[in-house]
Design a protein around this ligand. Structure first.
Ligand SMILES: *Cc1c(COP(=O)(O)O)cnc(C)c1O
Length: 232
């Protein structure tokens, strides 16, 4: 199937999942996760109606951006951000979805302030408590929000998570529901520079389930672009 057909199918499935959950499909943002796909593929997806792209690596993002791949669309960094890449990415994308420590948040804020801009970010939560995963533990999130309150250079817009895969979740814990609860709880609290608008969770394998549990942003790669070729 072509990228265009895939996008159409994903949009239909998002609409179906939203309808079943009694929600308006228009409130759910589809982010095309375009890692390892060349600029031409990004443009193909844009022509198929994709309005937001997510990239994992700063270098790859900047490279495709220089080719004009994302022009007219929004761009998010969804992969782990190393501290030494902060100065390269701040101001180069609309949202950094992967802030997982106070230190990283402060570095982003400082760079943004020096550029005279406000960087939108999401806090990445390691909701499954997996050692191998990035993201802050749920009980560290308030400290990061406190740090954001004093940081003019950032605006925290919500939460992001990559819950454990099926194999790593034998107890079948509903991590999407846990994330939604955290999102609701924080929404009721008051922090400067924080508005809980976005709950980013769900990928190719599970975005319908994520929508059912309250996601309003899903990040889909394989089901749009096909399997990634890790050989090249
Ligand atoms: C690759 C990636 C996705 C998309 O994964 P698929 O299974 O290909 O849909 C979503 N989020 C992040 C952070 C990713 O790295």
């Amino acid at each position: 199937m072509s990228v265009e057909e895939n996008v159409k199918e994903i949009r239909e499935r998002i609409a179906g999942a939203a309808a079943r959950a009694g929600r308006d499909p228009a409130e759910i943002t589809l982010v095309a996760a375009s890692k390892m796909n060349p600029a031409e593929k990004v443009i193909e997806a844009k022509n198929a109606g994709i309005t937001v792209f997510g990239e994992n690596k700063v270098q790859e993002l900047l490279g495709k951006k220089a080719l004009g791949a994302y022009e007219g669309a929004k761009l998010h960094l969804i992969g782990h951000l190393q501290k030494n890449k902060v100065r390269q990415i701040v101001g180069q994308c609309d949202v950094i979805q992967s802030v997982d420590s106070q230190e990283l948040l402060r570095l982003i804020a400082a760079k943004a302030e020096s550029l005279g801009l406000v960087q939108k970010v999401l806090l990445e939560v390691n909701i499954g408590g997996e050692e191998s995963k990035t993201g802050a533990c749920p009980d560290e999130i308030r400290a990061i929000l406190d740090a954001a309150s004093g940081a003019k250079g950032v605006s925290v817009e919500g939460l992001m998570a990559i819950p454990p895969s099926v194999e790593n979740n034998p107890e079948k814990t509903n991590y999407f529901a846990k994330m939604y609860q955290l999102f609701v709880d924080i929404s009721a609290e008051k922090y400067d520079n924080v508005t809980m608008r976005i709950l980013s969770m769900g990928m190719s394998a599970d975005f319908e389930e994520a929508i059912r549990e309250g996601a309003n942003m899903v990040r889909v790669g394989t089901s749009i672009f096909g399997a990634r070729n890790y050989q090249v």
